[in-house]
Design a protein around this ligand. Structure first.
Ligand code: TMP
Ligand code: ASP
Length: 258
């Protein structure tokens, strides 16, 4: 039962519990949405279930193409069993098209394709607002070793290539996304694996034809229709059927006209 489990950590959108065996952790996807360092908060019913399913699907596909992840299996609609890793305190952002903070920082119009994919690192620290850092800061402060940064960059590029193709095939442009990595210790060996989640909460996804946003910007920018957009992503990925409703979803979010 949920109440008897040992809670390891509660974040803004997920709760971690001790797993059934040593070296495992249960990830619980909440319906909570936050933006702008949690200054903006809401509970969006159905979001956690959709993110769990989308992330499960993406991590499984990545495992199949040889990109190691922490994911083991889904336990129920909201929860996954994952391998316990030591999270590297970096948010790795991969960008293909200018949007969000990059567009603002460099004065680019949102939607401008970038000359090539760009990887950015932010130090994972809410109190400091996840400041952007360079490889110099990462190695000087010991957050990751140079070889680990190399591994992270190579994996990030492979993940971007794979996801760009996956989404393009279902009429979605992968504008940018945020990923996190962890150290997995196994029989005196350590390797870097993809951790956390990949979902419309952590990506920018635009419909190829209409440029409609199918991601968390719908919440950040008060556009409404978030659950419907996440459902559409799941439908196109072929992981929920046309008539399937997310758990306990109520038709309370009004669809925007855009
Ligand atoms: P940004 O343009 O706001 O820096 O966001 C870049 C990408 O990272 C975008 O897909 C949203 C995602 N992201 C997160 O997943 N978590 C965060 O805390 C932030 C700021 C962005
Ligand atoms: N989830 C992050 C926060 O609450 C920011 C974001 O995704 O926009 O700060």
């Amino acid at each position: 039962m949920t109440s008897r489990r040992t809670r390891i950590y509660e974040g803004k959108a997920k709760i971690l519990y001790e797993g059934p065996e040593p070296g495992t952790v249960i990830v619980h996807f909440k319906d909570d949405a936050t933006a702008f360092d949690a200054q903006k908060k809401a509970v969006i019913e159905g979001k956690g279930v959709l993110n769990q399913r989308i992330s499960e699907y993406i991590f499984s596909r990545l495992n199949e193409v040889g990109i190691p992840t922490h994911f083991m299996r889904s336990l129920n609609l909201r929860e996954q069993l994952v391998r316990e890793v030591e999270i590297i305190p970096l948010e790795v952002i991969v960008r293909n098209v200018a949007a969000g903070s990059l567009a603002k920082r460099l004065g680019l119009e949102e939607g401008t394709p970038l000359p090539r994919s760009i990887i950015e690192f932010c130090y994972k620290n809410d109190a400091l607002h996840d400041p952007m850092v360079s490889e110099e800061h990462i190695t000087a402060f010991g957050w990751a070793a140079p070889q680990e940064i190399d591994d992270i960059m190579h994996m990030s590029i492979r993940i971007n290539d794979f996801l760009t193709g996956l989404f393009l095939g279902i009429g979605i442009k992968l504008i940018d996304f945020k990923i996190e990595f962890g150290r997995l210790y196994e029989n005196d060996m350590m390797r870097i694996v993809l951790a956390d989640e990949i979902s419309p909460d952590s990506c920018r996804l635009w419909d190829t034809k209409t440029n409609d946003k199918m991601d968390k910007d719908r919440f950040r920018r008060d556009m409404g229709g978030l659950v419907e957009a996440y459902q559409e992503v799941a439908k196109r990925l072929g992981i929920i059927s046309e008539n399937e409703k997310p758990e306990r979803a109520k038709p309370k979010l009004v669809k925007s006209d855009t």
